[in-house]
Design a protein around this ligand. Structure first.
Ligand SMILES: Cc1ncc(C[n+]2csc(CCOP(=O)(O)OP(=O)(O)O)c2C)c(N)n1
Ligand SMILES: [Mg+2]
Length: 138
């Protein structure tokens, strides 16, 4: 987050990739980070590695959301569910997310330079799927 914030301030072409586990998405810090990143259009991609357990707590006991990707919607950012064992699919999804992250940074920067106004929210996009296995709370 800090890296992405600094890169944005310096106008660098950097995207931060943050890795967290499924259990981490149950913690408050995670939600604050997503909110901050979305509001300020930071060039950061949150990669949630869902191995179905937070130590011994199964995903079904961590969230009632249809998938962990749905958590992105509440922050106005796209969420994509992808099969982590499909390397090509992961590469494609992360590449696309990085491109979006860069564009978000660009929109905010150019708008600020022209008008100095507050950035408008990113449109809400329902979680997509990319060659994914279906699971109750993937
Ligand atoms: C609702 C909820 N609050 C708190 C916790 C506690 N918790 C949060 S992160 C974590 C352990 C880390 O889990 P994860 O990020 O999935 O890493 P892994 O254990 O898979 O390495 C635990 C036990 C929880 N599982 N569910
Ligand atoms: Mg886990």
């Amino acid at each position: 987050m800090g890296l992405a914030f600094a890169a944005q301030a310096k106008g660098e072409d950097t995207v931060a990739l943050a890795f967290v586990g499924d259990g981490a998405t149950s913690e408050g810090d995670f939600h604050e980070a997503l909110n901050f990143a979305a509001v300020f259009h930071l060039p950061v991609v949150f990669f949630v590695q869902n191995n179905q357990y937070a130590i011994s707590v199964p995903v079904s006991r961590q969230t009632a959301a249809p998938s962990l990707a749905h958590k992105a919607v509440g922050y106005g950012m796209p969420g994509v569910l992808v099969d982590g064992n499909d390397v090509a699919a992961v590469l494609s999804v992360v590449g696309e997310a990085a491109r979006r992250a860069r564009e978000g940074r660009g929109r905010r920067s150019s708008r600020r330079r022209r008008t100095g106004s507050t950035p408008t929210p990113t449109p809400t996009t329902p979680p997509g799927t990319a060659r994914t296995r279906r699971s109750p709370a993937g």
